[in-house]
Design a protein around this ligand. Structure first.
Ligand SMILES: Cc1cc2nc3c(=O)[nH]c(=O)nc-3n(C[C@H](O)[C@H](O)[C@H](O)COP(=O)(O)OP(=O)(O)OC[C@H]3O[C@@H](n4cnc5c(N)ncnc54)[C@H](O)[C@@H]3O)c2cc1C
Length: 329
């Protein structure tokens, strides 16, 4: 029987939306295999019992849940060993994850321990009836795609780019069976332990984690001209991102690039400044909840994605905005 595993992405004990997209992928794979099988969700860390059970409405048959005091925050060794232990016992068909900095770390640990196939940045995955599997991912900075034939034993791990995971609606009445899994003996021989947790200034926050992002494009300008983006981010507690030209200039480092060949982000609020809205950029920010665009060209494609559009020069508008916000504070 096919048993497709989906890794539940938890943040502050809540299930992140990408998990539902993964469940959709898992259901698609089940259909390819004539529906003979199940979708299993694996959760590690604190979560609400009822939220996990509700995954059943999306098509998950059962949830395997591991949590204890060591699992309140992501710790690669602890999560890795717990997951390897479970995979060894249960022998799933494959394990699907949404690509984040944490799952990148976790998947590498599990793949190395299990000596299994690992595909990162996947945009597509197929399971053949004859036990073969293939995956597609972008390479060469997004200029090419490569198709990989995958060894299916032991269970391959596929990390999907979040942008290709589509939200899904609850369709079923029944909840999933949630099974608490005993935690394997982990502790005394850990090679790393957390001694301190240092909160990053919001401006430096990983773009994938940020709630608010201010993004500057070519229209903002190089070097000192770009300071206005940092100033706005500072006053509203946001992180800073850039389009590819800004990264090519060296004004921001590559980890700050948003788009097809950069990061895929889904903040509560994104403010796009001097950005035309090329599809290679918008692919990386389409999942943002509230979108503001500021551009002097009223026909900029970026406005199509905006909940609020402001036509004008960023170097006139942003200083005004910053002083208004500071005045209110
Ligand atoms: C394979 C491939 C992958 C790519 N991957 C990415 C990617 O991951 N991320 C990415 O961003 N790009 C990517 N690109 C590049 C992408 O195609 C665009 O070239 C890029 O996104 C454009 O960036 P931009 O909007 O900052 O610049 P532009 O397209 O030049 O737009 C500048 C905007 O600023 C406005 N403007 C100018 N001055 C002002 C002012 N003073 N005030 C207000 N507005 C002003 C203009 O009206 C214009 O709308 C990729 C391209 C390819 C071919």
């Amino acid at each position: 029987m096919i048993d497709i595993w989906v890794f539940v992405q938890l943040r502050d004990s809540e299930i992140e939306d990408v998990t539902f997209g993964l469940v959709t992928e898992a259901k698609r794979l089940l259909k390819q295999g004539q529906g003979n099988g199940q979708v299993t969700a694996v959760a590690i860390g604190p979560a609400s019992d009822s939220d996990l059970e509700a995954l059943g409405h999306y098509g998950v048959t059962r949830v395997l849940w591991m949590t204890d005091d060591q699992m309140t925050r992501y710790q690669g060794e602890v999560f890795g060993r717990a997951l390897v232990d479970l995979v060894r016992k249960e022998d799933p068909t494959c394990l699907l994850m949404a690509q984040t900095s944490e799952t990148e770390d976790l998947a590498q640990r599990v793949a190395a321990s299990m000596q299994t196939a690992l595909v990162t940045r996947a945009v597509d995955f197929h399971l053949g009836e004859d036990g073969t599997a293939t995956a597609v991912r972008p390479v060469a900075n997004g200029y090419l795609f490569e198709e990989l034939a995958i060894n299916t034993k032991p269970a391959p791990i596929i990390l999907f780019l979040p942008a290709v995971l589509f939200d899904t609606k609850p369709e079923l009445d029944s909840g999933a069976a949630v099974t608490p899994i005993p935690i394997p003996e982990i502790g005394a021989d850990l090679k790393t332990r957390t001694v301190q947790v240092i909160e990053a200034a919001p401006e430096d926050l990983d773009l994938e984690e940020a709630d608010i992002i201010v993004v500057g494009g070519r229209g903002v300008g190089k070097a000192d001209a770009f300071d206005v983006i940092h100033d706005l981010a500072r006053v509203i507690g946001g992180s800073v991102g850039g389009t590819r030209p800004v990264i090519d200039w060296g004004t921001l480092s590559y980890e700050r690039q948003i788009g097809q060949t950069g990061k895929y982000v889904s903040p509560r609020l994104i403010i796009n400044c001097g950005i035309s809205g090329a599809n290679e950029y918008t692919a990386g920010m389409e999942k943002s909840q509230q979108v503001i665009a500021i551009d002097r060209n009223p026909r900029a494609r970026m406005f199509r994605f905006a909940d609020l559009g402001v036509v004008g020069d960023v170097h006139e508008i942003l200083p005004l905005l910053i002083s208004r916000i500071e005045g209110r504070k």
